[in-house]
Design a protein around this ligand. Structure first.
Ligand code: WT7
Length: 654
């Protein structure tokens, strides 16, 4: 199997055109239609986005579509909107009242169907609970939950009262919670006793307790009883979800907030320091997620949509909660692991619920390929009509397997490129129009002015590598790094002033398709999730035995990238297998299991320049090829590389 970047052949001629049957029913049914609307949307983006925004419910119309003083955008200024009303109430009062909004399955097999009518009651009750507990507009609410409908209910209830949610992925450790509380200043936490994962209870409330032992500004913790695992409850601070909702009415008036009212903060890794809080706002974000869902997933009222992401990531925010619900969709939500009890779980659920649109990540597809075809072969997948991919470049082998084995050769695949910062998909095929080549996210969405620039700011020619840049603002774009406008400006808008730099390398082929090569900064993409090398290094150095650490990514067949760490011990500590295991676990404890180094090498010294900068590039070459061929004359001590070379078995691109 080839991986993402290294072995993609972007000149390959394999082109999959959408079938006539698919195209004839699609909103955008030909390349001519795409090109025409794209051209209009780039010439007059405000006109395009205003038309999309008009499909939402506004309590007060906007007076100006866009106010743009780079890097600050205000979309739909003067407009007042309630995001929750758009996702819930407007469906609950019409013909979708008894339509399933969420078809949920717990890992042990328990099932619930929540209609839009019921969702409205649940959300209203929880909005009342939040208000009863003193939560006001703009207050931050930290959500640390398993994949249960209440996670979506909590997010929507925040949106309803104008509170700013910060969802923290349930796999993150206590320290990640402390960091986020400190940065966001949240004073209330919504959590659960635990969640089910691979047949076991993953306890959540105890992690919150551990975090709150180190941070004392949280006055309330609301706890959903999911697994019944034993947990401690602090009578003064903690309350059960079921007790709280029992005392409040199921009606709540959704008042409108300014279009630029903050909706949520979601933390993501960068190349330096702790994760940064990506701030999204209301009207523009909802317009972007609504519109991309509608065109890219070509969502219909009779679709059964399933996105396998976790609500702790941006994909869960935009394509489980806000986008699909704004479209009034029926969706499947699943609590647990893809291999619980075996790798047939997803396909069993596709058959059972008649899933028509399925959105997952390449890393999951590779795990399915490895598990064997017997799993998908055992189920009827004929309900599927459209497949999606997100998180990293999808290697052609995974694309082809997905297309044949899951899609039966009949479903278009939308390979969607976007980021936590972009809020919504920016580059993707339109399933009824765009000819797809495995491995490329193809063409920009309407209103998205994407280009590839060289270091001097010149547009790259076909086939030439450069940086992916967006030249025009779009409604669902990041508004700031929470509490740090300067960092927002310098991180995203300084390489080419006035333009947004994504941090990805890319090239275009002769047909204009965008091929994403991968991150240009010190950010790894492990199983579709972003991890900063600096973050893992700082976790390692926080262990008493570690003097210094350097982390790099190496190609991995399953995860896309795996984490390799080089560690220099403090005097008095001995290299041992036990210490190696301890350090790996330490990273798991500080950040979360996804950040645990796959390889950990003890290094008496790290390769550095004379000015003291660690040369991660050399370590990467060493891990990938077993040797260093590049220029090492700038190294302070070249013998360090020779010594390391003896220790390392190469991990070539699979
Ligand atoms: C980074 C963003 C977008 C939700 C999940 C990840 C990589 C994402 C693709 C794709 C190639 C992709 C990029 C991007 N990426 N989708 N279809 N093809 N690369 O969100 O954690 O903010 O990571 O993921 O490198 O910059 P994120």
């Amino acid at each position: 199997m080839s991986t993402q970047k290294s072995s993609f052949n972007h000149n390959q001629d394999v082109v999959h055109k959408p079938s006539k049957t698919f195209s004839s029913k699609a909103r955008i049914s030909s390349m001519a239609a795409y090109k025409k609307l794209y051209k209009q949307s780039i010439e007059q983006p405000e006109k395009f986005w205003a038309r999309e925004a008009e499909e939402l419910v506004w309590q007060k119309p906007w007076s100006k579509v866009l106010d743009w003083k780079a890097p600050n955008a205000k979309w739909f200024e003067g407009g007042k909107i309630n995001v929750c009303e758009n996702c819930v109430d407007r469906h609950a009062v019409g013909p979708r009242k008894n339509k399933a909004a969420i078809i949920w399955e717990g890992e042990p097999g328990d099932k619930r169907v929540i209609t839009y009518g019921q969702l409205q009651k649940d959300v209203c009750r929880f909005a009342n609970v939040l208000q009863k507990n003193g939560v006001k507009a703009k207050d931050r609410v930290l959500i640390y939950m398993p994949m249960v409908p209440e996670a979506a209910v909590a997010m929507l209830a925040c949106a309803r009262i104008g509170a700013v949610h910060n969802v923290v992925f349930g796999g993150f450790a206590a320290e990640a919670i402390v960091d986020r509380l400190q940065d966001s200043g949240a004073s209330i936490i919504i959590t659960a006793d635990g969640g089910w994962r691979r047949g076991k209870v993953v306890a959540l409330k105890p992690v919150v307790d551990e975090a709150l032992a180190r941070y004392d500004q949280v006055s309330r913790v609301i706890v959903l009883k999911r697994c019944g695992n034993e947990i401690a409850m602090d009578a003064a601070r903690d309350a059960w979800w079921h007790d709280e909702v029992a005392t409040v009415p199921s009606k709540h008036v959704a008042k409108g907030f300014d279009s630029e009212h903050p909706l949520f903060v979601l933390y993501t890794s960068g190349s330096t320091g702790k994760p940064k809080g990506i701030l999204h706002t209301s009207g523009g974000y909802l317009t972007g997620t609504y519109s991309t869902c509608k065109y890219i997933f070509d969502m219909r009222d009779d679709d059964v949509y399933w996105c396998t992401a976790d609500v702790g990531w941006i994909t869960g925010h935009s394509y489980i909660v806000y986008g699909p619900l704004a479209n009034g969709a029926t969706q499947v939500m699943y609590e647990g692991a893809p291999n619980a009890p075996d790798f047939g779980r997803f396909w069993k659920m596709v058959e059972e619920y008649g899933v028509t649109i399925f959105y997952t990540a390449p890393t999951a597809i590779r795990a399915f390929i490895k598990a064997g075809d017997q799993f998908p072969n055992a189920y009827d997948l004929s309900s599927l009509r459209l497949l999606g991919s997100v998180g990293e470049p999808i290697n052609p082998e995974a694309w082809n397997w997905y297309h044949q084995k899951i899609g039966g050769g009949r479903c278009p695949i939308v390979d969607t490129w976007w980021q936590t910062e972009t809020g919504a998909i920016l580059i993707s095929p339109l399933p009824g129009a765009t000819p797809c080549k495995p491995g490329t996210a193809t063409l920009p969405f309407f209103g998205v002015d994407a280009v590839i620039l060289d270091d001097a700011g010149k547009k790259c020619k076909a086939g030439q590598d450069g940086r992916l840049v967006i030249r025009k603002p779009w409604p669902s774009m990041i508004r700031s790094i929470y509490g740090d406008k300067e960092r927002y400006k310098s991180t995203y808008w300084s390489d080419y002033p006035g333009f947004y730099t994504a941090g990805d390398g890319a090239r275009r082929d002769k047909d204009g398709n965008f091929w994403i090569i991968g991150r240009l900064d010190d950010v790894l993409n492990v199983s579709g999730h972003r991890l900063g090398t600096a973050e893992i290094e700082s976790a390692l150095v926080s262990h008493p035995a570690v003097a210094e650490a350097a982390v790099i990514g190496r190609p991995d067949e399953m995860k896309g990238q795996a984490v390799a760490a080089f560690v220099t011990l403090k005097a008095g500590f001995e290299e041992s297998e036990a210490l190696c295991a301890e350090l790996r676990n330490h990273v798991g404890k500080v950040i979360g299991a996804i950040a645990k180094p796959d390889d950990l090498y003890f290094a008496p010294g790290l390769p550095k320049t004379r000015s003291g900068k660690i040369m991660r590039r050399l370590l990467k070459e060493l891990v990938c090829t077993g040797k260093v061929t590049g220029n090492v004359t700038t190294l302070e001590d070249p013998s360090i590389i020779e010594n390391l070379q003896r220790k390392i078995a190469p991990h070539p691109a699979p």
